[in-house]
Design a protein around this ligand. Structure first.
Ligand code: AVI
Length: 307
């Protein structure tokens, strides 16, 4: 992880939390996904610089109701949520992106110890963090460039926080299959659980998840008329061409968003439009015509199934 303070740095030695795991390399992960049946690629690879920009565009699309709906919910309940969070908290936002919705909470939390936006796209993260720091000059902003599904250390704030609150909006939890979602929530629990010696209050989680609804509405949300989501999906292949020297022909794959009722999820796929082979890191991967690569699962819940 790389992290950078937009405020004066704090003394070392007050590390809040750290997790360790053996992360597979990009090439191992991509090859094992493409050699599996059905073929899979991790949605993590959407978020290079271009992918992060495209995702911001998706959030503005008329068909993509998630961002608008969640913003309305936050507008209505930010005061009540802030009252539950209380003073001097460390607010950690996972997958912070443009940090747009966060402002609704920050406006109601003038006495935060610090705000920690966490995102995998460094340039995107730093731009957003600078914008937040400019808009909230009294707030310590500690951006952390990390893949939050992997081990990373929380930065130390100048003020000792009363508690850690994880903010995980945007229905990103829906992109994890249920067992992985449970594991991630255990990691979040570790982040917010107070060290015994700190005397701090118990932490909390503010999380957004999406509800089941008419499949036609869902499929439109993930296959918009302007083709932005298609471009976002295909950008994964561009990312692999650039970073692994892969030979994907973007014209030979098409975007598909399919509602799978038995799993209660949208599956984002890239469909090979013909029989073809792709070279990637010394391996040759063969595709049949119409063969999918599954690039993302977007799980939809009921309040009961989420609980
Ligand atoms: C980031 N995540 C919550 C989005 C979603 O709705 O599952 C990603 C996305 N994929 C296509 N459109 C948006």
């Amino acid at each position: 992880m790389q992290q950078e303070s937009l405020r004066p740095t704090t003394p070392p030695g007050r590390q809040s939390a750290e997790w360790r795991s053996a992360a597979p390399s990009l090439v191992e992960d991509v090859l094992s996904g493409l050699l599996a049946s059905p073929k899979r690629l991790s949605p993590t690879y959407f978020y290079d610089e271009r992918g992060s920009q495209l995702f911001d565009e998706i959030c503005e699309l008329p068909e993509y109701y998630i961002t608008r709906t969640e913003t309305e919910i936050l507008e209505r309940y930010a005061t009540a949520i802030a009252a539950r969070i209380g003073p001097d908290a460390l607010l950690v936002e996972l997958g912070s992106g443009a940090s747009t919705k966060t402002r609704l909470l920050l406006d109601e939390l003038p006495d935060l110890a610090a705000y920690v936006p966490v995102d995998i796209s460094r340039s995107h993260l730093m731009e957003a963090a600078h914008r937040i720091a400019d808009a909230y000059p009294d707030l310590e902003v500690l951006p952390a460039c990390a893949d939050f599904t992997r081990p990373f250390s929380l930065p130390r704030s100048r003020r000792i926080p009363s508690r850690v609150i994880v903010f995980f909006p945007g229905s990103t939890i829906g992109n994890f299959d249920p067992p992985a979602a449970i594991e991630l929530m255990k990691v979040m629990r570790g982040m917010v659980t107070p060290r015994l010696s700190s005397g701090s209050a118990s932490g909390g989680l503010v999380i957004g998840f999406d509800l089941q609804k008419d499949p036609a509405v869902l499929e439109r949300a993930y296959d918009d008329a302007a083709g932005v989501t298609a471009e976002f999906n295909l950008n994964v292949l561009r990312h692999l061409n650039r970073n692994l020297g892969a030979s994907f022909d973007l014209e030979a794959f098409r975007h598909q968003a399919l509602w799978v009722p038995e799993a209660s999820r949208i599956e984002m796929r890239l469909i090979s439009t013909k029989r073809q082979s792709v070279r990637i890191a010394g391996e040759v991967i063969s595709f049949d015509a119409d063969e999918p690569i599954i690039t993302e699962h977007c799980h939809k819940y009921t309040p009961e199934s989420f609980a």
